[in-house]
Design a protein around this ligand. Sequence first.
Ligand code: IMP
Length: 429
Amino acid sequence: MPLDIVIGAQWGDEGKGRVTDLLAREAALVARFSGGDNAGHTVAVDGETFKLHLIPSGIIHAGVTCLVGNGAVLNPAVFIREIEGLAKRGIDVSPHRLKIDRRTHLITPVHKALDQARESQRGDKAIGTTLRGIGPAYAEKIGRSGLRAGLLDKPEELAEAVHDHVSTHNEILTRVYGAEPIDAEKIAAEFAHFGQRLAPHLADGSVLIDEFLKEGRPVLAEGAQGTMLDIDHGTYPFVTSSSPTIGGVLTGLGVGAIQVDKVWGVAKAFSSRVGGGPFTTELDGEDALRLRGTGKNPWDEYGTTTGRPRRVGWLDLVILSHAVRINGFTELCVTKLDILSGIPEIPVCIAYDTDGQRLNYPPADLSTLANCQPIYKALPGWEEDIRECRTIDELPENAQAYIAFIESFLNVPIRLVSVGPERDQVVTV
Ligand code: IMP
Protein backbone atom coordinates (compact mmCIF):
# COMPACT_ATOMS: atom_id res chain seq x y z
CA MET A 1 0.00 0.00 0.00
CA PRO A 2 -0.21 3.39 -0.45
CA LEU A 3 -3.36 2.58 -2.50
CA ASP A 4 -4.14 -1.10 -2.92
CA ILE A 5 -7.19 -2.29 -4.78
CA VAL A 6 -9.35 -5.41 -4.53
CA ILE A 7 -11.31 -6.33 -7.67
CA GLY A 8 -13.55 -9.28 -8.48
CA ALA A 9 -12.22 -11.26 -11.45
CA GLN A 10 -15.46 -13.13 -12.30
CA TRP A 11 -19.18 -12.33 -11.84
CA GLY A 12 -19.02 -11.09 -8.25
CA ASP A 13 -19.29 -13.19 -5.09
CA GLU A 14 -15.63 -14.22 -5.39
CA GLY A 15 -15.00 -13.67 -1.68
CA LYS A 16 -13.69 -10.11 -1.95
CA GLY A 17 -15.11 -9.21 1.46
CA ARG A 18 -12.86 -11.62 3.27
CA VAL A 19 -9.78 -10.65 1.24
CA THR A 20 -10.55 -7.02 2.02
CA ASP A 21 -10.95 -8.02 5.63
CA LEU A 22 -7.46 -9.59 5.59
CA LEU A 23 -5.84 -6.64 3.82
CA ALA A 24 -7.71 -4.12 5.97
CA ARG A 25 -5.44 -5.10 8.87
CA GLU A 26 -2.77 -2.99 7.19
CA ALA A 27 -5.10 -0.21 6.01
CA ALA A 28 -6.02 3.10 7.59
CA LEU A 29 -8.89 3.78 5.19
CA VAL A 30 -11.11 1.34 3.25
CA ALA A 31 -13.26 2.79 0.46
CA ARG A 32 -16.04 1.41 -1.76
CA PHE A 33 -15.78 2.82 -5.29
CA SER A 34 -18.76 1.37 -7.19
CA GLY A 35 -22.11 -0.35 -6.89
CA GLY A 36 -24.59 -0.13 -4.06
CA ASP A 37 -26.55 -2.49 -1.87
CA ASN A 38 -26.74 -4.97 -4.76
CA ALA A 39 -23.44 -6.22 -3.31
CA GLY A 40 -23.24 -8.68 -0.48
CA HIS A 41 -20.00 -9.19 1.39
CA THR A 42 -19.80 -12.00 3.90
CA VAL A 43 -17.04 -11.94 6.49
CA ALA A 44 -16.75 -14.62 9.19
CA VAL A 45 -14.94 -13.64 12.40
CA ASP A 46 -14.63 -16.07 15.34
CA GLY A 47 -17.73 -17.96 14.29
CA GLU A 48 -19.72 -14.71 13.88
CA THR A 49 -20.86 -13.89 10.35
CA PHE A 50 -21.18 -10.31 9.13
CA LYS A 51 -23.18 -9.70 5.96
CA LEU A 52 -22.55 -6.24 4.59
CA HIS A 53 -24.11 -4.67 1.53
CA LEU A 54 -23.04 -1.06 1.50
CA ILE A 55 -20.65 -0.33 4.33
CA PRO A 56 -17.05 -1.36 3.47
CA SER A 57 -15.98 -4.57 5.23
CA GLY A 58 -13.06 -2.63 6.77
CA ILE A 59 -15.59 -1.42 9.37
CA ILE A 60 -15.07 -4.64 11.32
CA HIS A 61 -11.50 -3.51 12.12
CA ALA A 62 -11.27 -1.03 14.97
CA GLY A 63 -9.47 2.13 13.96
CA VAL A 64 -10.04 1.82 10.21
CA THR A 65 -11.88 4.72 8.54
CA CYS A 66 -14.47 3.67 5.92
CA LEU A 67 -15.75 5.63 2.94
CA VAL A 68 -18.59 5.11 0.50
CA GLY A 69 -17.00 6.75 -2.54
CA ASN A 70 -18.52 9.00 -5.19
CA GLY A 71 -18.71 6.14 -7.69
CA ALA A 72 -21.05 4.14 -5.48
CA VAL A 73 -24.82 4.62 -5.18
CA LEU A 74 -26.34 4.74 -1.73
CA ASN A 75 -29.79 3.84 -0.50
CA PRO A 76 -30.02 5.85 2.75
CA ALA A 77 -32.63 3.53 4.28
CA VAL A 78 -30.37 0.50 3.76
CA PHE A 79 -27.31 2.38 4.98
CA ILE A 80 -29.03 3.39 8.23
CA ARG A 81 -30.28 -0.17 8.76
CA GLU A 82 -26.75 -1.47 8.28
CA ILE A 83 -25.32 1.13 10.69
CA GLU A 84 -27.85 0.12 13.31
CA GLY A 85 -27.17 -3.60 12.85
CA LEU A 86 -23.42 -3.09 13.27
CA ALA A 87 -23.87 -0.74 16.26
CA LYS A 88 -25.94 -3.42 18.03
CA ARG A 89 -23.02 -5.80 17.61
CA GLY A 90 -20.65 -3.33 19.23
CA ILE A 91 -18.99 -1.97 16.06
CA ASP A 92 -18.12 1.72 16.05
CA VAL A 93 -20.07 3.32 13.20
CA SER A 94 -19.76 6.92 14.33
CA PRO A 95 -19.36 9.68 11.70
CA HIS A 96 -15.67 10.15 12.49
CA ARG A 97 -14.91 6.71 11.04
CA LEU A 98 -17.74 6.13 8.56
CA LYS A 99 -17.95 8.64 5.71
CA ILE A 100 -20.14 9.19 2.65
CA ASP A 101 -18.81 11.21 -0.26
CA ARG A 102 -20.96 14.24 -1.03
CA ARG A 103 -20.85 13.26 -4.73
CA THR A 104 -22.30 9.78 -4.13
CA HIS A 105 -25.69 9.40 -5.80
CA LEU A 106 -28.73 8.44 -3.75
CA ILE A 107 -31.11 5.59 -4.48
CA THR A 108 -34.77 6.34 -3.81
CA PRO A 109 -37.95 4.22 -3.80
CA VAL A 110 -38.55 5.60 -7.31
CA HIS A 111 -35.40 3.87 -8.56
CA LYS A 112 -36.50 0.60 -6.98
CA ALA A 113 -39.96 0.89 -8.54
CA LEU A 114 -38.41 1.60 -11.97
CA ASP A 115 -36.02 -1.35 -11.61
CA GLN A 116 -38.99 -3.62 -10.84
CA ALA A 117 -41.12 -2.19 -13.68
CA ARG A 118 -38.33 -2.51 -16.26
CA GLU A 119 -37.49 -6.05 -15.24
CA SER A 120 -41.16 -7.07 -15.50
CA GLN A 121 -41.38 -5.45 -18.92
CA ARG A 122 -38.31 -7.36 -20.15
CA GLY A 123 -40.16 -10.65 -19.56
CA ASP A 124 -37.98 -13.63 -20.51
CA LYS A 125 -35.17 -11.21 -21.43
CA ALA A 126 -34.98 -9.99 -17.81
CA ILE A 127 -31.48 -9.25 -16.57
CA GLY A 128 -32.22 -10.76 -13.19
CA THR A 129 -31.22 -7.59 -11.33
CA THR A 130 -31.19 -7.45 -7.56
CA LEU A 131 -34.16 -5.01 -7.81
CA ARG A 132 -32.30 -2.56 -5.57
CA GLY A 133 -32.74 0.35 -8.02
CA ILE A 134 -29.09 0.31 -9.08
CA GLY A 135 -29.58 0.64 -12.86
CA PRO A 136 -32.12 3.49 -12.67
CA ALA A 137 -29.97 5.40 -10.13
CA TYR A 138 -26.89 5.22 -12.38
CA ALA A 139 -29.01 6.06 -15.45
CA GLU A 140 -30.11 9.26 -13.73
CA LYS A 141 -26.56 10.07 -12.69
CA ILE A 142 -25.38 9.82 -16.30
CA GLY A 143 -28.53 11.66 -17.45
CA ARG A 144 -27.52 14.52 -15.11
CA SER A 145 -30.70 14.47 -13.08
CA GLY A 146 -29.69 12.39 -10.06
CA LEU A 147 -29.79 13.26 -6.37
CA ARG A 148 -26.41 13.46 -4.65
CA ALA A 149 -25.64 12.77 -1.00
CA GLY A 150 -24.45 16.37 -0.62
CA LEU A 151 -28.14 17.37 -0.52
CA LEU A 152 -28.58 15.57 2.79
CA ASP A 153 -27.44 18.53 4.87
CA LYS A 154 -29.50 21.06 2.89
CA PRO A 155 -33.10 20.40 4.01
CA GLU A 156 -34.84 22.85 1.67
CA GLU A 157 -32.94 21.89 -1.47
CA LEU A 158 -33.36 18.23 -0.57
CA ALA A 159 -37.16 18.55 -0.17
CA GLU A 160 -37.49 20.33 -3.51
CA ALA A 161 -35.23 17.87 -5.32
CA VAL A 162 -37.08 14.87 -3.91
CA HIS A 163 -40.48 16.33 -4.87
CA ASP A 164 -39.32 17.03 -8.44
CA HIS A 165 -37.72 13.60 -8.71
CA VAL A 166 -40.84 11.75 -7.55
CA SER A 167 -43.33 13.74 -9.61
CA THR A 168 -41.29 13.48 -12.82
CA HIS A 169 -40.99 9.75 -12.45
CA ASN A 170 -44.60 9.21 -11.42
CA GLU A 171 -45.52 10.16 -14.96
CA ILE A 172 -43.24 7.41 -16.29
CA LEU A 173 -44.24 4.85 -13.67
CA THR A 174 -47.95 5.29 -14.24
CA ARG A 175 -48.15 6.07 -17.99
CA VAL A 176 -45.39 3.87 -19.38
CA TYR A 177 -45.37 0.97 -16.95
CA GLY A 178 -48.92 1.10 -15.54
CA ALA A 179 -47.41 1.02 -12.03
CA GLU A 180 -48.71 2.73 -8.89
CA PRO A 181 -47.58 6.34 -8.32
CA ILE A 182 -45.28 7.09 -5.41
CA ASP A 183 -46.28 9.47 -2.62
CA ALA A 184 -43.90 12.45 -2.98
CA GLU A 185 -44.79 13.90 0.47
CA LYS A 186 -44.02 10.63 2.19
CA ILE A 187 -40.67 10.19 0.42
CA ALA A 188 -39.70 13.81 1.10
CA ALA A 189 -40.45 13.31 4.81
CA GLU A 190 -38.38 10.12 4.85
CA PHE A 191 -35.47 11.82 3.13
CA ALA A 192 -35.64 14.76 5.57
CA HIS A 193 -35.16 12.23 8.35
CA PHE A 194 -32.31 10.49 6.45
CA GLY A 195 -30.69 13.89 6.00
CA GLN A 196 -30.69 14.60 9.74
CA ARG A 197 -29.32 11.16 10.43
CA LEU A 198 -26.61 11.03 7.76
CA ALA A 199 -25.44 14.65 7.39
CA PRO A 200 -22.63 14.17 9.97
CA HIS A 201 -21.19 11.37 7.79
CA LEU A 202 -20.74 13.58 4.70
CA ALA A 203 -17.21 14.22 3.45
CA ASP A 204 -15.24 15.04 0.33
CA GLY A 205 -13.91 11.57 -0.44
CA SER A 206 -11.16 12.54 -2.87
CA VAL A 207 -9.79 15.12 -0.42
CA LEU A 208 -10.01 12.62 2.44
CA ILE A 209 -8.10 9.94 0.50
CA ASP A 210 -5.50 12.49 -0.54
CA GLU A 211 -4.95 13.44 3.11
CA PHE A 212 -4.42 9.80 4.07
CA LEU A 213 -2.03 9.18 1.20
CA LYS A 214 -0.02 12.34 1.90
CA GLU A 215 0.38 11.23 5.50
CA GLY A 216 1.60 7.83 4.28
CA ARG A 217 -1.48 6.09 5.71
CA PRO A 218 -2.47 3.11 3.55
CA VAL A 219 -5.74 3.12 1.65
CA LEU A 220 -7.59 0.06 0.37
CA ALA A 221 -10.18 0.29 -2.41
CA GLU A 222 -12.80 -2.40 -1.91
CA GLY A 223 -14.47 -3.66 -5.06
CA ALA A 224 -18.02 -4.88 -5.38
CA GLN A 225 -19.48 -7.13 -8.12
CA GLY A 226 -16.89 -8.37 -10.64
CA THR A 227 -15.22 -7.81 -13.99
CA MET A 228 -17.83 -9.73 -16.01
CA LEU A 229 -20.58 -7.51 -14.55
CA ASP A 230 -18.78 -4.35 -15.72
CA ILE A 231 -20.98 -2.06 -17.82
CA ASP A 232 -18.29 -1.94 -20.56
CA HIS A 233 -16.23 -5.09 -20.21
CA GLY A 234 -18.85 -7.56 -18.96
CA THR A 235 -21.54 -9.59 -20.70
CA TYR A 236 -23.64 -6.55 -21.67
CA PRO A 237 -26.59 -6.15 -21.17
CA PHE A 238 -26.40 -8.83 -18.46
CA VAL A 239 -24.24 -6.62 -16.29
CA THR A 240 -24.60 -4.13 -13.48
CA SER A 241 -24.67 -0.39 -14.24
CA SER A 242 -21.27 0.60 -12.88
CA SER A 243 -17.56 -0.07 -13.49
CA PRO A 244 -16.36 -2.60 -10.92
CA THR A 245 -13.01 -2.73 -12.78
CA ILE A 246 -9.83 -0.67 -12.42
CA GLY A 247 -11.13 2.41 -14.28
CA GLY A 248 -14.03 2.60 -11.84
CA VAL A 249 -11.59 2.87 -8.94
CA LEU A 250 -9.99 6.05 -10.24
CA THR A 251 -13.22 7.84 -11.17
CA GLY A 252 -15.16 6.27 -8.30
CA LEU A 253 -12.80 7.63 -5.65
CA GLY A 254 -11.13 10.60 -7.32
CA VAL A 255 -7.55 9.32 -7.18
CA GLY A 256 -4.72 9.34 -9.71
CA ALA A 257 -3.28 6.16 -11.25
CA ILE A 258 0.14 7.08 -9.91
CA GLN A 259 -1.08 6.34 -6.37
CA VAL A 260 -1.88 2.71 -7.13
CA ASP A 261 0.41 0.04 -5.70
CA LYS A 262 -1.05 -3.47 -5.71
CA VAL A 263 -4.09 -4.54 -7.72
CA TRP A 264 -5.50 -7.71 -6.20
CA GLY A 265 -7.72 -9.86 -8.37
CA VAL A 266 -9.99 -12.22 -6.47
CA ALA A 267 -11.23 -15.37 -8.18
CA LYS A 268 -13.10 -18.36 -6.88
CA ALA A 269 -11.50 -21.75 -7.62
CA PHE A 270 -14.59 -22.42 -9.77
CA SER A 271 -17.18 -20.04 -11.30
CA SER A 272 -20.54 -18.70 -10.21
CA ARG A 273 -22.99 -16.07 -11.35
CA VAL A 274 -26.47 -14.86 -10.36
CA GLY A 275 -29.00 -13.46 -12.79
CA GLY A 276 -29.22 -14.02 -16.54
CA GLY A 277 -26.58 -14.00 -19.27
CA PRO A 278 -24.12 -16.38 -20.91
CA PHE A 279 -22.06 -18.67 -18.69
CA THR A 280 -19.85 -20.93 -20.80
CA THR A 281 -18.72 -23.40 -18.13
CA GLU A 282 -22.10 -23.65 -16.38
CA LEU A 283 -23.03 -27.00 -14.80
CA ASP A 284 -26.34 -28.49 -13.79
CA GLY A 285 -27.55 -31.51 -11.87
CA GLU A 286 -25.35 -33.29 -9.34
CA ASP A 287 -22.15 -31.50 -10.41
CA ALA A 288 -23.79 -28.12 -9.81
CA LEU A 289 -25.16 -29.19 -6.45
CA ARG A 290 -21.70 -30.37 -5.45
CA LEU A 291 -20.25 -26.87 -6.02
CA ARG A 292 -23.28 -24.88 -4.86
CA GLY A 293 -23.98 -26.66 -1.57
CA THR A 294 -27.43 -27.10 -0.12
CA GLY A 295 -27.85 -23.60 1.29
CA LYS A 296 -27.49 -24.76 4.91
CA ASN A 297 -24.12 -23.04 5.41
CA PRO A 298 -23.59 -19.27 5.09
CA TRP A 299 -20.80 -19.94 2.57
CA ASP A 300 -22.95 -22.07 0.22
CA GLU A 301 -23.60 -20.53 -3.19
CA TYR A 302 -26.78 -18.57 -2.49
CA GLY A 303 -26.94 -14.79 -3.06
CA THR A 304 -26.09 -12.72 0.04
CA THR A 305 -28.43 -9.98 -1.14
CA THR A 306 -31.28 -11.87 -2.78
CA GLY A 307 -30.94 -15.43 -1.42
CA ARG A 308 -31.15 -16.76 -5.02
CA PRO A 309 -29.25 -20.00 -5.72
CA ARG A 310 -26.16 -19.07 -7.74
CA ARG A 311 -25.47 -20.66 -11.10
CA VAL A 312 -22.16 -22.53 -10.83
CA GLY A 313 -19.58 -24.00 -13.21
CA TRP A 314 -15.94 -24.96 -13.62
CA LEU A 315 -13.14 -22.43 -13.51
CA ASP A 316 -12.95 -20.37 -16.72
CA LEU A 317 -9.43 -19.17 -17.48
CA VAL A 318 -10.63 -17.33 -20.60
CA ILE A 319 -12.64 -15.07 -18.30
CA LEU A 320 -9.76 -14.73 -15.86
CA SER A 321 -7.32 -13.79 -18.66
CA HIS A 322 -9.80 -11.10 -19.72
CA ALA A 323 -9.92 -9.83 -16.12
CA VAL A 324 -6.11 -9.82 -15.88
CA ARG A 325 -5.82 -7.84 -19.13
CA ILE A 326 -8.45 -5.27 -18.17
CA ASN A 327 -7.43 -4.70 -14.58
CA GLY A 328 -3.69 -5.31 -14.67
CA PHE A 329 -3.74 -7.51 -11.56
CA THR A 330 -0.41 -7.59 -9.78
CA GLU A 331 -1.52 -10.33 -7.35
CA LEU A 332 -4.22 -12.94 -7.27
CA CYS A 333 -6.20 -14.52 -4.52
CA VAL A 334 -8.01 -17.81 -5.15
CA THR A 335 -10.92 -18.54 -2.83
CA LYS A 336 -12.92 -21.63 -1.86
CA LEU A 337 -10.31 -24.17 -2.96
CA ASP A 338 -11.62 -26.46 -0.17
CA ILE A 339 -14.90 -26.90 -2.08
CA LEU A 340 -13.05 -28.83 -4.81
CA SER A 341 -11.74 -31.53 -2.41
CA GLY A 342 -13.06 -34.98 -3.34
CA ILE A 343 -13.59 -34.34 -7.07
CA PRO A 344 -11.48 -36.96 -8.90
CA GLU A 345 -10.78 -34.83 -12.00
CA ILE A 346 -11.31 -31.07 -12.18
CA PRO A 347 -11.98 -29.60 -15.65
CA VAL A 348 -10.61 -26.09 -16.22
CA CYS A 349 -11.64 -24.09 -19.29
CA ILE A 350 -8.55 -22.95 -21.22
CA ALA A 351 -10.13 -21.65 -24.46
CA TYR A 352 -13.48 -21.37 -26.26
CA ASP A 353 -14.60 -23.04 -29.43
CA THR A 354 -16.91 -21.05 -31.66
CA ASP A 355 -17.88 -22.91 -34.85
CA GLY A 356 -14.52 -24.64 -34.99
CA GLN A 357 -12.53 -21.49 -34.29
CA ARG A 358 -10.47 -21.36 -31.09
CA LEU A 359 -10.77 -18.17 -29.01
CA ASN A 360 -8.59 -17.06 -26.09
CA TYR A 361 -10.82 -14.16 -25.05
CA PRO A 362 -14.56 -13.73 -24.51
CA PRO A 363 -16.10 -12.23 -27.68
CA ALA A 364 -17.85 -8.88 -27.25
CA ASP A 365 -20.90 -10.02 -29.18
CA LEU A 366 -23.34 -11.69 -26.83
CA SER A 367 -24.78 -14.19 -29.31
CA THR A 368 -21.27 -15.33 -30.30
CA LEU A 369 -20.38 -15.70 -26.63
CA ALA A 370 -23.57 -17.63 -25.96
CA ASN A 371 -22.52 -20.07 -28.73
CA CYS A 372 -19.02 -20.65 -27.38
CA GLN A 373 -18.23 -24.13 -26.10
CA PRO A 374 -15.61 -24.59 -23.39
CA ILE A 375 -12.36 -26.37 -24.24
CA TYR A 376 -11.32 -28.09 -21.03
CA LYS A 377 -8.10 -29.38 -19.60
CA ALA A 378 -8.76 -31.96 -16.88
CA LEU A 379 -6.55 -31.56 -13.83
CA PRO A 380 -6.17 -34.36 -11.27
CA GLY A 381 -8.16 -33.75 -8.06
CA TRP A 382 -7.40 -34.54 -4.41
CA GLU A 383 -9.31 -36.38 -1.69
CA GLU A 384 -7.95 -34.67 1.41
CA ASP A 385 -9.83 -32.14 3.51
CA ILE A 386 -7.62 -29.05 3.15
CA ARG A 387 -9.38 -26.73 5.58
CA GLU A 388 -6.57 -26.95 8.15
CA CYS A 389 -3.74 -26.23 5.66
CA ARG A 390 -1.98 -22.90 6.21
CA THR A 391 1.06 -23.12 3.93
CA ILE A 392 1.31 -24.12 0.31
CA ASP A 393 3.44 -27.17 1.22
CA GLU A 394 0.67 -28.50 3.44
CA LEU A 395 -1.72 -28.66 0.49
CA PRO A 396 -1.96 -32.02 -1.30
CA GLU A 397 0.28 -32.20 -4.37
CA ASN A 398 -2.62 -32.00 -6.83
CA ALA A 399 -4.07 -28.95 -5.08
CA GLN A 400 -0.66 -27.29 -5.36
CA ALA A 401 -0.59 -28.26 -9.04
CA TYR A 402 -4.10 -26.76 -9.54
CA ILE A 403 -2.89 -23.45 -8.10
CA ALA A 404 0.37 -23.59 -10.07
CA PHE A 405 -1.55 -24.23 -13.30
CA ILE A 406 -3.74 -21.13 -12.81
CA GLU A 407 -0.71 -19.05 -11.91
CA SER A 408 1.33 -20.03 -14.94
CA PHE A 409 -1.67 -19.72 -17.30
CA LEU A 410 -2.39 -16.17 -16.12
CA ASN A 411 1.18 -15.19 -15.40
CA VAL A 412 0.19 -13.41 -12.19
CA PRO A 413 1.45 -14.55 -8.78
CA ILE A 414 -1.14 -16.15 -6.51
CA ARG A 415 -0.53 -14.78 -3.01
CA LEU A 416 -3.48 -16.10 -1.04
CA VAL A 417 -5.62 -19.20 -1.25
CA SER A 418 -8.65 -19.51 0.99
CA VAL A 419 -9.53 -22.97 2.29
CA GLY A 420 -12.56 -22.20 4.46
CA PRO A 421 -14.84 -19.37 5.54
CA GLU A 422 -13.06 -18.39 8.76
CA ARG A 423 -10.63 -15.47 8.84
CA ASP A 424 -7.62 -17.71 9.49
CA GLN A 425 -8.49 -20.38 6.90
CA VAL A 426 -6.03 -18.99 4.40
CA VAL A 427 -2.89 -20.34 2.77
CA THR A 428 -0.33 -17.60 2.31
CA VAL A 429 1.89 -18.29 -0.66
P1 IMP B 1 -28.11 -4.95 -10.58
O1 IMP B 1 -26.70 -4.60 -10.22
O2 IMP B 1 -29.02 -5.14 -9.39
O3 IMP B 1 -28.68 -4.02 -11.60
O4 IMP B 1 -28.06 -6.40 -11.28
C1 IMP B 1 -27.47 -6.61 -12.55
C2 IMP B 1 -26.80 -7.97 -12.60
O5 IMP B 1 -25.66 -7.97 -11.74
C3 IMP B 1 -27.67 -9.13 -12.13
O6 IMP B 1 -27.32 -10.30 -12.86
C4 IMP B 1 -27.26 -9.30 -10.68
O7 IMP B 1 -27.51 -10.61 -10.21
C5 IMP B 1 -25.78 -9.02 -10.79
N1 IMP B 1 -25.19 -8.54 -9.53
C6 IMP B 1 -25.28 -7.31 -9.00
N2 IMP B 1 -24.59 -7.23 -7.86
C7 IMP B 1 -24.02 -8.44 -7.66
C8 IMP B 1 -23.14 -8.97 -6.65
O8 IMP B 1 -22.74 -8.31 -5.68
N3 IMP B 1 -22.78 -10.27 -6.81
C9 IMP B 1 -23.19 -11.01 -7.87
N4 IMP B 1 -24.00 -10.55 -8.83
C10 IMP B 1 -24.41 -9.28 -8.74
